[in-house]
Design a protein around this ligand. Structure first.
Ligand code: C5P
Length: 311
């Protein structure tokens, strides 16, 4: 008699990048992390994470930024799969494949997105049926913004960025991202922020009512006026060329611009899709940034795909 057991089919998850619309940073905590008050928005630049049953744990990376991602035990997606496998089910190994479109070390949560994607993919492969909240609890162990990449949309983050609360936001916002050739290390940018502040007293961060009002209005002009990132000065200090990119985009008609997370990507908010195409063309022609991407947000967090390129 033949066995009825069949190996589970591979699962592919699509997971977005993020931009911080507001990133307010407090004084360092005893554990070295900084208390944050942030507003995340998930934007439509996606990595795809595929997991399939295998004899040993492994990870492979393809796509535009593949060369910059470690394909070894330090890979965050592989660590996420192993963590969930160990915690939840003592699971058999999986082979993880990543199709990478989110810039690496760009301030858009590329590594965190892959970790979030791997958790959602393994949950589906192993039929665990975990709730979003349960996955987010595991996600915290992998990085401060991994829980947000599971949630997606627009959300407030506090604590070190991992404590999420919903935000009432209307409409769709259109973004143009000016990428960099080289990344910035997140710990280095936080350390530079502390260094620049010196001994000056730093208040605990709190969400700003103006940001909440702008998001409720759905008005890109209102949102552009309140974009704020406490890490921007530190990113500029480490990468003085970024100031020129920001000024260029604003001069070319962006409604607003900001360093994305810890940088070095610069995020420009534009009126609509057409304005985004115009700005992307002009920024590319300026020669100031090697690569430009357009995306809109908010979009959903990590979700299972059926019939994708990498499954
Ligand atoms: O949490 P995650 O691993 O993504 O953080 C990477 C690094 O960024 C931390 O080791 C820390 O140096 C810095 N960080 C911080 N405060 C936060 C988040 C990150 O200092 N709230």
């Amino acid at each position: 008699m033949t066995s009825a057991w069949t190996e589970p089919a591979p699962v592919t998850v699509r997971v977005p990048a993020k931009v911080n619309l507001e990133l307010l940073v407090g004084p360092p905590r005893e554990d070295g992390y900084h208390p944050l008050s942030t507003v995340y928005q998930a934007v439509g630049i996606y990595d795809e994470i595929t997991v399939r049953p295998a004899d040993t744990w492994s990870v492979t990376v393809t796509g535009p930024f593949a060369d910059l991602v470690p394909a070894d035990d330090t890979n965050l997606a592989l660590r996420a799969a192993r963590l969930l496998g160990g915690d939840a089910v003592d699971a058999a190994p999986v082979a993880v494949s990543i199709y990478k479109r989110i810039p690496v070390a760009g301030g858009m949560a590329g590594g965190s997105a892959d970790a979030a994607g791997a958790l959602v993919a393994c949950d589906a492969l192993w039929n665990l049926g975990l709730h979003k909240e349960e996955l987010e609890e595991i996600a915290v162990e992998l990085g401060s913004d991994v829980p947000f990449l599971i949630t997606g949309g627009t959300a407030m983050g506090s604590g070190r960025g991992e404590l999420l609360a919903p935000v009432l936001a209307h409409g769709t916002f259109h973004w143009v991202f000016a990428l960099s050739d080289t990344g910035l290390s997140t710990p280095a940018v936080y350390a530079e922020c502390d260094r620049l502040r010196g001994d000056a007293p730093v208040a605990m961060p709190a969400p700003k009512p103006e940001m909440m009002a702008a998001l409720r209005s759905g008005d890109a002009h209102a949102l552009a006026a309140v974009l704020e990132n406490d890490l921007q000065e530190a990113a500029f200090s480490l990468r003085p060329d970024l100031g020129g990119v920001l000024a260029e985009g604003l001069g070319l008609g962006a409604l607003g611009g900001i360093v994305s997370g810890s940088g070095p990507t610069i995020a420009f908010l534009v009126e609509d899709k057409e304005a985004g195409i115009d700005l992307a063309v002009s920024l590319t022609a300026s020669g100031l940034c090697p690569d430009v991407r357009r995306a809109s947000g908010p979009v959903h967090g990590a979700h299972v795909l059926h019939g994708s390129r990498s499954s």
